[in-house]
Design a protein around this ligand. Sequence first.
Ligand code: FPP
Length: 248
Amino acid sequence: MSFSPPGNAVVEKLDPLRIPRHVAVIMDGNGRWARRRLLNRVRGHEAGAETVRHIVRASREVGIGYLTLYAFSTENWQRPTAEVSALMALLERFLKGEEAQLMENNIRLRAVGQIHRLPAGVQSVLERVTAATGANDGMNLILALSYGGRDELVAMAKNLAREAVAGRIAPEAIDADAVAAHLGTAGIPDPDLLIRTSGEMRISNFLLWQIAYAEIFFTDTLWPDFSREEFLSILGAYQRRERRFGRV
Ligand code: FPP
């Protein structure tokens, strides 16, 4: 089901007691946004980074505890080298440019994914900003970088198998909590709400284990055009859904 934003910018009245604890976003459509304007795809990613800034701000304002953004998937390495390099450079610039804002707004930065595959410059700024913001407790901003859900599950299986072989965990003792504790997202609550922009209705290997009970919203809006108003309107629609977790 696709989500249509209201025609006029309606400012949602949100119930402060039912703000989703964790919102995850598949930020899609930067390339199409650029193509429609006859611009290079990289310009689309740059515009997308602006959207990241205002969605982070809105999330902090409404009291979301965890915001996870799919910024680069394991599959994205297969894009043309120039686009991958431009995305990495953009990410590095973004992190350097946002460090002060993150501190000022009490936001903790975290990263999930194959961080070791990222260029050294990105790794070092990530390390610095995650350390600098480590004690912030206003909101967690989690960037999924070189992230793939299947890859994360394979790594989890290997780790649990190693622990079982070493005698640190009995195979019978492996339960859902043990699995969750061996994922890159260990300690982070599961997303309550997943949003994907740009009209594609796929999960694309994002947080496969973690979204088991997430409410999912798809919108046709391309990520660079995704506004604070539409975001708040999706939060309002989320609050009107009844979550049953398999019960009646
Ligand atoms: C998908 O659009 C988007 C990406 C692969 C990258 C997302 C990156 C950003 C939003 C900007 C940088 C991120 C941060 C955190 C500063 P697409 O290129 O697949 O679009 P298309 O499907 O229209 O081609």
